[in-house]
Design a protein around this ligand. Structure first.
Ligand code: UD1
Length: 384
């Protein structure tokens, strides 16, 4: 391997768009810079998430460099958002002539940039490939299936991903099991996570509520299937209110969920004494809150993995998961939207009968380094 990046190979364009992309990209950029030879990168933010809470704050927490290019697409329907990313991304490729495009996760920006790249004959590399919920009603599932079908190189976080990809006819030589870059971020930030009391104080809330012997739980909800239908959201808020009677809950509210609670007139279901409502949290704040929680109730993909890595019990309020290893080996339990199941599993957890879990294979803090070494070798071999 040469000591310097060959002049004939362009930079790797690294794409981020939405909040869950940022914690995956931060360790990748660091590993690319530290690789021998250092891999030149160009960071493109599509602007799918644009609020300070949903974007800039995370960049600061994760020590991500400012994006070289921001496409500023903002919100819109899936079609509009995807099309806008594609339209604005194409000239970036014409101008910068990348050696490849690296996308992470399953958001609309992931698929949009993949499509533009492959149609221009530029290799696309997908990090966190092969995860499947087998639920095509989830927009992310469509993004995953299509991205993996056309991307050139697929880096996976758990072994089951290769089986999913094989079922879709994807050749084994495109797939590399490297571990989980999101856990790289978690392990490197664990010691600087923000203490929960500081997080509450910063939003003007008396942290005394966290200091009871009971401890507290953490809640996040944002999936359209949970928050876009008034009856479903009402039932979920109802059971959370019940749980909060025995355990105070800290609820970090996604803008979609906040909007819908207001629109459906459900504010009355929130017991402000026992349910602490916070705006979307920074990375270090969320990590600190989760690390000391007795239970996490969520519909997020990332939190299922992070709680497994932290050894904190997680109840996932979804019917399926694309991350089965968190259930098989980790601390995750799927409870769906069934109020009785949520109530039952929450009570079991609080009674100390929850999964202990263990850390999955290669969730060791070094996934990004493995990607850097492998990708550099792959690009150089293609060139010669
Ligand atoms: C997106 C991802 C989802 C990910 C989630 C994390 C897709 C299909 N979905 O869903 O996989 O788990 O991000 O948050 O890509 N909004 C703001 N400020 C922002 C961003 C969004 O107010 O900075 C509001 C807008 O009203 C927008 C709504 O939130 O309409 C939803 O945002 P969008 O990016 O479309 O999807 P998410 O639900 O966040």
């Amino acid at each position: 391997m040469p000591q310097l990046w060959p002049q004939t190979l362009g930079p790797v364009i690294c794409v981020v768009g939405a909040r869950p992309n940022f914690m995956k990209m931060a360790p990748i950029l660091r590993a690319f810079a530290a690789n021998t030879p250092a891999i030149p990168t160009l960071l493109v933010h599509t602007g799918q998430h644009y609020d300070r809470d949903m974007s800039d704050k995370l960049f600061e927490d994760l020590r991500l460099p400012r994006p070289d290019i921001n496409l500023e697409v903002g919100s819109g329907s899936h079609a509009v958002q995807t099309a806008e990313v594609m339209r604005r991304f194409e000239p970036v490729l014409d101008e910068h002539k990348p050696s490849c495009i690296l996308v992470v996760g399953d958001v609309n920006s992931t698929l949009a940039c993949t499509l533009v790249g492959v149609k221009k004959g530029i290799p696309v590399v997908h990090v966190e490939a092969g995860l499947r919920s087998y639920d095509r009603a989830m927009p992310e599932e469509i993004n995953r299936v299509l991205t993996d079908q056309v991307a050139d190189l697929l880096y996976t976080t758990e072994r089951s991903a290769a089986d999913n990809l094989a079922r879709e006819g994807i050749a084994a030589d495109r797939i590399r099991f490297v571990g989980n870059v999101m856990i790289d971020s978690l392990l490197s930030n664990r010691t600087i996570a923000r203490p929960p009391a500081d997080t509450l104080r910063a939003t003007g809330i008396d942290p005394g509520i966290l200091n009871t012997a009971d401890g507290y739980g953490v809640v996040t909800l944002h999936r359209p299937s949970n928050v876009d239908h008034p009856a479903v959201l009402q039932a979920l808020l109802g059971v959370l209110r019940e749980i909060s009677a025995s355990l105070p809950l800290v609820f970090a509210l996604h803008p979609r969920t906040k909007g819908n609670i207001e629109r459906f007139g459900l504010e009355g279901l929130i017991d402000r004494e026992r349910m602490i409502i916070l705006p979307p949290q920074g990375y270090l704040e969320m990590l600190g809150l989760m690390a000391e929680a007795r239970i996490v109730l969520t519909d997020s993909g990332g939190l299922q993995e992070e709680t497994t890595a932290l050894g904190i019990p997680c109840l996932t309020l979804r019917e399926n998961t694309e991350r089965p290893i968190t259930v098989e080996q980790g601390t995750n339990t799927m409870v769906g939207r069934d109020v009785a199941a949520i109530r039952h599993h929450a009570a079991e957890t609080l009674a100390g009968r929850s999964k202990r879990g263990r850390t999955p294979e290669l969730w060791d803090g070094h996934a990004a380094e493995r990607i850097a070494a492998d990708l550099a070798a792959w690009l150089m071999a293609r060139q010669s």
